[in-house]
Design a binder for this molecule. Structure first.
Ligand code: UD1
Ligand code: MG
Length: 455
């Protein structure tokens, strides 16, 4: 089958009014990736060599987005929504290039599995002209029914056109199908719109191909494959299913998730074996975690790289460009952005590290802030290997602290500090013996006099 060329035609012209959104429906994300991009990924995994995206509503926005998630896709605009067959024909130019297989897919069915698509393509390789992906939903209402006779699919009947007996059929059309490229345009051009909705139904090609004596079959896929998204409740349902799949995959690959249902992954999260993830952790886009790390509870990570055996959180926020090397530690209520925390360095409490390097083995005291922004530009802070930054210090960038440099607590450091130097950036302490007691007595007598005057 791998030698067969395959064009995936993804229908995404629908308006998606029930999403109540300014954005085209299929651009709403699951695991941080537009749902139509999930469909593209499945098509590619099933061996699609060409991609045709049929768009309509929000065409400009769709084109722009497609450049990111499917740069090789050709886009075709379906001006009027006259039905699924009409939509496929919008991509006539691509189909006529002469692919062996045409895979028709829906942009709003993001959980479609590459295996289900490959199974339909396999039927084409075995000689079928049309292979429709079927499924058995708990409630078939609203779906097209698959009408079979002797292992052949004789027709697909839309709910509105079904007889009472046909409505009782539980085997339904998931919507997607594989069509032999050499027959596709001829079959599609024969589709009429003589039905309850007056639309050109893609599903009619099953009957048309059968009438030509061609082989038409149905394959069966799991329910989730056909889950179409029409509103935000269904979007959340699909997200839930996707997350459950991903968590299971992570656990089977050697990641411990203590409370899996509270951990959120993105489509591109990479996480190594023997990493432990405590409850309530959010992996936003672009997170890569090596092996043996611990991500403590309530941490929020985006665009971060986490090295071997390092430790994050609880309640840590790692933003894009946070790069923790081996055995580094970023602890509670710390934020790290666009900074490297080198091997074994510790940023343990209530700290902001932005646009900085924290050298290997350095220790950053509680409440340290890198002052990286003057309201106009960002500046870099370089903290050398083994440096010690006393608690509650502000490092005003651009500034560098040399190797083994030592910063006194509460310092505001505006000038660079050489290797092994000790720097104070604060007023010296003054201690006045007995002065505390004297002050207390004075305040007490003032308060007493005020009270008396008020009587
Ligand atoms: C379709 C199937 C039905 C199946 C169901 C599964 C047909 C005729 N019916 O019905 O048998 O059980 O899916 O969910 O195919 N679209 C366009 N342009 C159009 C019409 C549709 O791009 O002119 C796109 C939509 O945006 C959507 C997809 O095609 O992504 C399916 O269209 P939809 O209207 O949802 O079809 P259903 O009535 O659900
Ligand atoms: Mg639908």
């Amino acid at each position: 089958m791998s030698q067969r060329s395959c064009l995936s035609v993804i229908l995404a012209a629908g308006e998606g009014t029930r999403m109540k959104s300014a954005m085209p429906k299929v651009l709403h994300a699951i695991a941080g990736l537009p749902m139509v991009a999930h469909v593209v990924k499945a098509a590619e995994a099933a061996g699609a060599t060409g991609l045709a995206l049929v768009i309509g509503h929000g065409a400009e926005e769709m084109r722009k987005a497609a450049q990111k998630f499917a740069p090789k896709a050709e886009t075709f605009v379906q001006e009027k929504r006259l039905g699924t067959a009409h939509a496929v024909l919008a991509a006539r130019e691509a189909i006529s290039k002469g692919y062996d297989d045409i895979l028709v897919m829906f942009g709003d069915t993001p959980l479609i599995d590459a295996g289900a698509l490959a199974a339909a393509r396999q039927k084409l390789a075995e000689g079928a002209a049309v292979a429709v992906i079927g499924f058995r939903p708990p409630n078939p209402t609203g779906y097209g029914r698959l009408i079979e006779k002797g292992g052949r699919l004789t027709a697909i009947r839309e709910e509105k056109d079904c007889s009472e007996a046909e409505k009782k059929i539980g085997f339904c059309n998931a919507g997607m199908m594989a069509v032999a490229g050499k027959h596709a345009l001829r079959l599609l051009d024969k589709v009429g719109n003589n039905n309850a909705k007056g639309e050109f139904y893609l599903t009619d090609i099953a009957e048309i191909a059968g009438a030509e004596g061609l082989d038409v079959v149905a394959t069966e896929a799991g329910f989730e494959n056909a889950l179409g998204i029409n509103n935000r409740a269904e979007l959340a349902e699909a997200e839930g299913i996707w997350q459950a799949r991903r968590r299971r995959e992570a656990m089977l690959a050697g990641v411990t998730l203590i409370a899996p249902e509270t951990v959120h992954f993105s489509h591109d999260t990479e996480i190594g074996a023997d990493t432990i993830v405590e409850p309530n952790v959010w992996f936003g886009l672009g997170v890569k975690i090596s092996t043996g790390a611990t991500i403590h509870a309530f941490s929020h990570l985006t665009g971060a790289t986490i090295g071997e055996n390092s430790e994050v959180g609880p309640f840590a926020r790692l933003r894009p460009g946070a790069d923790l090397r081996k055995k580094a530690k970023v602890g509670n209520f710390c934020e790290v952005k666009q900074s490297t925390v080198e091997e074994g360095a510790k940023v343990n409490h209530l700290t902001y590290i932005g646009d900085a390097r924290v050298g290997a083995g350095a220790n950053i005291g509680a409440g340290t802030i890198t002052c990286n922004y003057d309201g106009y530009s960002k500046f870099f802070t370089d903290i050398g290997e083994g440096a010690f930054i006393g608690s509650n210090s502000s490092l005003v960038a651009p500034v560098s602290i040399g190797k083994g440099g030592y910063i006194a607590s509460g310092s505001v450091i505006t000038e660079s500090v050489p290797d092994d130097a000790l720097a104070f950036g604060r007023a010296r302490q003054k201690t006045l013996p007995g002065k505390g007691k004297e002050l207390r007595e004075r305040f007490a007598s003032v308060a007493a006099a005020r009270k008396k005057a008020a009587e």
